[in-house]
Design a protein around this ligand. Structure first.
Ligand code: NDP
Ligand code: MG
Length: 389
């Protein structure tokens, strides 16, 4: 039996550790060849031992030096550092699937390198498609590597679209939980705290994506992500609030009927789909208990509650570097909110002002996108204090 070797970028995070639990459940199908993170090397010692991992990379060189000096890793484990180290892990000859789960855009270069080396990429880092969708999808197309979506909505759509002719698909429908403040009175949103925003009703995720769920910037990023993954324009991608997070997304077919994919809200399901595709084996996560009453609700999102969604749609319609501007401004805004320097409602305000301040261009090369990203961060950082608490 062929055992797939996996490399995980972002191995210490929420997606990274769930990936480890999926690999643990299927030792006859999956193994870990390489692990990478930013600095939390202590969290990698256990997995390195458990899975007999040959190569570990830490983006932060000081952390890599500490990890080497500690003697905590098995004698045979190589410890690499920096972006070059992450790229080496992603391109290890034996690796067939790279799980790209670094938060933000720091995983761009290693992910592009993996695609160019014809590694399949299980993509959790939606920010990479928002920033550089043109170049990421092109790298996959040129080499023939597969881009497999980990994001639960996109994974659901990927499953629903398999073996369907493109002409059968009329629209895509992304479901959204509505995040931590779905039912908070609008007038109170200005005063909600990071702690409250981090209490997601259904999903346990890293802090950035949890805040993005509360603003629905996450769903905005996902509309743009879906556009690149499925080659569908944003105006044919709908969003509905589905508070139970059991329907992971839907497709509307040409005849008007809809198909949905249901599973419990655990990222183990989409991660396993990416790693074992096309094989189906029992997933190491709870099942839906249909002996219990199950209510599935759907309501349209209120634009006044979730202005980031409209801003993302505007950026998608502008195209070019505008989605990169949206993403960069949102990252700056979330950081400022987490640091207590921006009110919750300031996130959308800062993103909107940055989008107005930076002129979008059609990028001919990746460098132009990276320049737009850097410019937007600078402008957003300059505007943030003016919107402060
Ligand atoms: P976490 O915050 O839990 O983990 C982030 C990971 O990225 C950590 O392993 C961290 O390493 C690593 N990292 C951060 N910066 C760098 C860097 N500069 N270089 C290398 N590694 C770095 O995030 P999540 O797992 O929640 O999210 C990861 C991605 O998956 C995000 O893009 C998110 O949008 C997406 N996603 C997540 C979902 C979820 O359920 N969590 C659902 C759908 C998508 P260290 O620990 O050393 O800092
Ligand atoms: Mg999602």
């Amino acid at each position: 039996m062929h055992v797939r070797a996996i490399a995980i970028l972002g191995a210490t995070g929420s997606i990274g550790t769930t990936t480890l639990s999926v690999v643990r459940a299927h030792p006859s199908r999956l193994r870990i060849a390489g692990l990478a993170a930013r600095s939390r090397w202590r969290e990698l010692v256990g997995p390195a031992k458990e899975f007999g991992v040959g190569v570990v990379a830490l983006a932060d060189p000081a952390a890599a030096a500490e990890a080497r000096a500690s003697g905590a890793f098995p004698a045979g484990t190589r410890i690499l550092e920096g972006l070059a180290g992450l790229t080496e892990v992603a391109c290890l000859p034996e690796v067939s699937v790279v799980v790209s789960a670094v938060v933000g855009t720091a995983g761009l270069a290693p992910t592009l390198a993996a695609l160019k080396a014809r590694k399949d990429v299980a993509l959790a880092s939606k920010e990479l498609l928002v920033l550089a969708g043109k170049f990421v999808t092109e790298a996959a197309r040129v080499s023939g590597a597969r881009l497999l979506p980990v994001d639960s909505e996109h994974n659901a759509i990927h499953q629903l679209l398999r073996a369907k002719p493109k002409g059968d698909i009329a629209r895509l429908v992304l479901t959204a939980s509505g995040g931590a403040f779905r039912d908070t009175p609008l007038a109170d949103l200005r005063h909600v705290t990071p702690d409250q925003a981090l209490r997601h009703p259904n999903w346990s995720m890293g802090p950035k994506v949890t805040i993005d769920s509360a603003t629905m910037a996450n769903k905005g990023l996902e509309v743009i992500e879906a556009g690149w993954l499925f080659d569908v324009p944003a105006d044919r991608i709908d969003v509905v609030i589905h508070p139970q997070s059991i329907i992971h997304s839907l497709v509307t077919l040409a005849d008007g009927s809809l198909q949905a994919l249901l599973s419990p809200p655990s990222m183990a399901y989409p991660i396993q789909d990416c790693l074992l595709f096309p094989e189906r084996l029992p997933c190491p996560a709870p099942r839906l208990d249909l002996a219990q009453a199950l209510t599935l609700g759907m309501t349209p999102p209120d634009p006044a509650r979730y202005p980031c969604l409209g801003l993302a749609r505007a950026a998608a319609a502008t195209g070019g570097t505008a989605p990169a501007v949206f993403n960069a401004a949102n990252e700056v805004a979330v950081e400022a909110f987490m640091a207590g320097k921006l009110p919750f409602t300031g996130i959308a305000e800062l993103v909107g002002r940055t989008l107005s301040a930076v002129t979008a261009r059609e990028p001919a090369a990746l460098d132009e996108i990276l320049a737009a990203d850097a410019e937007s961060r600078l402008i957003a950082s300059g505007l943030a204090p003016g919107l402060g608490l």
